[in-house]
Design a protein around this ligand. Structure first.
Ligand SMILES: C[S@@+](CC[C@H](N)C(=O)[O-])C[C@H]1O[C@@H](n2cnc3c(N)ncnc32)[C@H](O)[C@@H]1O
Length: 249
């Protein structure tokens, strides 16, 4: 009998966006479900452009390994690179074959990956352009780069302090501390950076080592591409930008 939990997530569709949003609401209490679903969704998005079976897929900033696991389940040779040992160990055991490495300086030769993947990492690095350049370097000519990030003016831009970051990062952080008695995990300028959609799109379109295959909202069920074309509005309404880039020959 067909396992409904493993049924394909049709992207775009309202059912898919609702399922992802509901999983996200339960992220704290059921991270396995949330990240398992997100990983399956990302793998299906990638499989619209190439089959993952037998491909070399590198997952940069892959945390505790949900995405790498899903790529392997689909037959990819997937490798996880993550600089934070605590993130790697978040599920109790280390993901098999994980490498402690910084995305700015990957221990990989040029052009080894069919797919270089990074989910929700770009907003956590101070120099996203250098991070992207390193992703491009390790991707083979014709290979794909999947990069998604939550921009600062997204309703989720402040992460756990959202949406109060609209009133300023310091104020949002102070409010979080007052409400929870804990410090927020993210501090603007330390491990969270104000990245924007317009400048990022201009940057990738101006590069001569990649072409832009898709630039869209990662989660929206409709107008996912269109929303990224409207200056101003896109900074708030895109929520999370997904770029699929192809390494130039
Ligand atoms: C929000 S988590 C995303 C984890 C996973 N990719 C996902 O989508 O669920 C951000 C990850 O980026 C990693 N990270 C931060 N700076 C990095 C860097 N310079 N190179 C590679 N990863 C980095 C963090 O350690 C963390 O695991």
């Amino acid at each position: 009998m067909r396992n409904l939990a493993q049924a394909p997530l049709k992207d775009p569709s309202i059912a898919r966006s609702v399922a992802l949003f509901r999983a996200f609401l339960r992220e704290q209490t059921d991270p396995e479900h949330c990240y398992g679903l997100l990983a399956r969704d990302a793998a299906e998005q990638l499989e619209r452009y190439l089959t993952l079976h037998d491909r070399v897929v590198v997952d940069i900033g892959g945390g505790s390994g949900h995405f790498t696991e899903e790529f392997r389940r689909r037959g990819a040779h997937s490798y996880l690179f993550e600089p934070d040992a605590a993130e790697l160990a978040a599920r109790g055991q280390l993901p098999e074959g994980a490498v402690v490495a910084d995305g700015y300086l990957l221990p990989l030769a040029d052009g080894v990956a069919d797919v270089c993947f990074s989910s929700n990492v770009l907003e956590h690095v101070a120099d996203p352009q250098t991070f992207l350049s390193e992703m491009v370097r390790v991707t083979r000519p014709g290979g794909l780069i999947y990069v998604s990030f939550t921009n600062w003016l997204s309703p989720w831009g402040g992460h756990e302090t959202a949406p109060w970051h609209y009133l300023g990062a310091d104020r949002a952080r102070a409010r979080y501390r007052r409400r929870t008695g804990r410090d927020a995990k993210h501090t603007l300028g330390e491990n969270l950076f104000p990245i924007h959609i317009g400048p990022t799109l201009r940057h990738v379109r101006g590069r001569d080592d990649v072409s832009v295959v898709a630039a869209r909202s990662r989660y929206w069920p409709f107008l996912a591409h269109a929303v990224t074309r409207v200056p101003g509005l896109r900074e708030i309404a895109t929520w999370n930008l997904l770029l699929i880039l192809r390494r130039s020959p």
